[in-house]
Ligand binder design. Structure first.
Ligand SMILES: [Zn+2]
Length: 122
């Protein structure tokens, strides 16, 4: 797992990036690869990983469009999965694939959400 302190311009350009951002309620920030948008947060490396509740609606929309319109023919199972590692933190994608590689819309029920933990809410 790549890990670095937050710099002024953190750009998540690789999979599995984690940054420590002490001003957030859950200071460990898991970044998606490839400029993806859905960040998640943890207390420490052993704690559960959460998405901010404010992103739930957007994630549900993402899943709906992904199932309806994406062909998903990539050879990389982590890109092919309903939550692509290009848009979601790899740590979460990897864990969900282990549970059910063919997951669909119901995958959102396997995600943890917590109120007011993201950059926008803080
Ligand atoms: Zn939020």
């Amino acid at each position: 797992m790549a890990r670095r302190k937050k710099s002024a311009k953190l750009v998540a350009y690789q999979d599995g990036m984690v940054a420590t951002e002490p001003n957030l309620p859950l200071p460990l920030v898991y970044y998606p690869g490839h400029y993806g948008v859905f960040l998640s947060f943890g207390k420490d490396e052993k704690s559960e990983i959460f998405f901010c509740s404010c992103s739930r609606h957007a994630i549900a929309n993402y899943i709906r469009f992904r199932i309806k319109y994406d062909s998903r023919i990539n050879n990389d199972p982590q890109i092919n999965f309903v939550l692509s590692k290009a848009k979601f933190p790899q740590q979460i994608v990897k864990k969900l694939i282990e549970q059910d590689e063919k997951a669909g819309q119901e995958v959102i029920d396997k995600l943890n959400f917590k109120d007011e933990i993201c950059h926008e809410c803080n």
